[in-house]
Design a protein around this ligand. Structure first.
Ligand code: PEP
Ligand code: MN
Length: 360
């Protein structure tokens, strides 16, 4: 290597270090600005200020870089600083693992979710009658299951479809829960029903269609009952975690996140099960994560492999729909499984070893 090249490279290395030092100083200042803005409640991204800074830099550009290149380079620096501020913000979310490292373990009247025991949450799509719910409850108990689901307020696509039994349905669910020693979960769709629902339920479910019903989220956030929050039909991870933050920030820390598939162009499943959501949510958040294999797939024939995939990916449990006679079910008739299929499902899931207690 020629001496000249070596000397030029040495100068370049020194400039790199100076740039690094200046960039780091700049980042620290941007963070301080972020803090001040936060206190004043001002938006972190200020397009007007960014435009002015770029104009000044371009005006004073000595070359040899073109004005466009100078703009491009500084835009990257501005973006990196903004990302840093947003990252800090993310760190502060109560649902974030950066805020609380240890897994949150819910104790639902003695049944844990998020701890060593992986849970299977099962039950009919909708509560239809006492007989129907009791038949399923008995089958669940025989399988050693702790948590039963059943919808009383059904958010149906068509207003002419069965809308659920309402409070009457919650009463049936509670009665079955008390009779068979099961904890009961049901969806609530209106903020004004939350107080009433707390009298019957061990867990309040917020459905996919209501994931961003912020008034409902605030109401369950002020309640004492644990919440199972389903991912919205096309919600991003960030939107999902912010929805959970609405609940936790109001004081209710007992939240279970439920992946239930998202809308894509694929038609061979009802929704697309986003299995990658499981490890992402587990990494990003300390909250328990479960996967609804029924609504994500809409197919009985792939419930088992999807449940295995969910548990293998780190989910704390799976949810599925079980009905005594799915062909006459008042909702989701095509996707619910009968008791005998459920027993086979449980047997095979157990024999896979994935339902064994997690190592703690
Ligand atoms: C349900 O679990 O009963 C339900 C309606 O599911 P989702 O909100 O995920 O569509
Ligand atoms: Mn259903």
């Amino acid at each position: 290597m020629s001496e000249q090249l070596e000397s030029l490279r040495k100068q370049l290395d020194e400039i790199n270090l100076k740039l690094l030092d200046l960039l780091s100083q700049r980042a620290a200042l941007a963070q301080q600005i972020g803090e001040v803005k936060k206190k004043q409640g001002i938006n972190k991204f200020d397009p007007e200020r960014e435009k002015n800074m770029l104009q000044t830099l371009v005006k004073l550009n000595p070359g040899p870089f073109s004005d466009d290149t100078v703009s491009y380079l500084f835009k990257q620096i501005f973006k990196a600083s903004l990302d840093l501020q947003l990252d800090n913000h993310k760190k502060e979310l109560l649902v974030s693992r950066k805020k609380k490292e240890a897994d949150t373990v819910l104790d639902i009247s003695g049944a844990t979710v998020g701890g060593a025991r992986k849970q299977v949450i099962a039950g009919p799509c909708a509560v239809e009658s006492e007989k129907q719910v009791f038949t399923v409850a008995k089958a669940l108990k025989e399988q050693g299951i702790d948590l039963m689901r059943g919808g009383a307020y059904k958010p149906r696509t068509s207003p002419y479809d069965f809308q659920g039994l309402g409070e009457e349905g919650l009463k049936i669910l509670r009665k079955a829960g008390d009779t068979f020693g099961l904890k009961v979960i049901s969806e609530i769709v209106s903020p004004t029903d939350v107080e009433m629902a707390e009298r019957y339920l061990d867990v309040i479910q917020i459905g996919a269609r209501n994931m961003q019903n912020f008034e409902l989220l605030k109401e369950v956030g002020s309640a004492k009952t644990p919440v199972l929050l389903k991912r919205g039909l096309s919600a991003t991870m960030e939107e999902f975690l912010f929805a959970a933050e609405y609940i936790v920030s109001r004081g209710n820390h007992q939240v279970i996140l439920c992946e239930r598939g998202i809308r894509t162009y694929e038609k061979w499943t009802r929704n697309t099960l986003d299995i990658s959501a499981v490890p992402i949510l587990k990494n990003e958040s300390h909250l328990p994560v479960v996967v609804d294999v029924t609504h994500s797939t809409g197919r009985r024939d792939i419930l088992l492999p999807c449940a295995k995939a969910a548990l293998a990916a780190g989910a704390d449990g799976v949810m599925l729909e079980v009905h005594p006679n799915p062909s006459v079910a008042l909702s989701d008739a095509k996707q619910q499984i009968d008791v005998s299929r459920f027993e086979t499902f449980m047997k095979e899931l157990r024999s896979s070893g994935l339902l064994e207690e997690k190592l703690v």
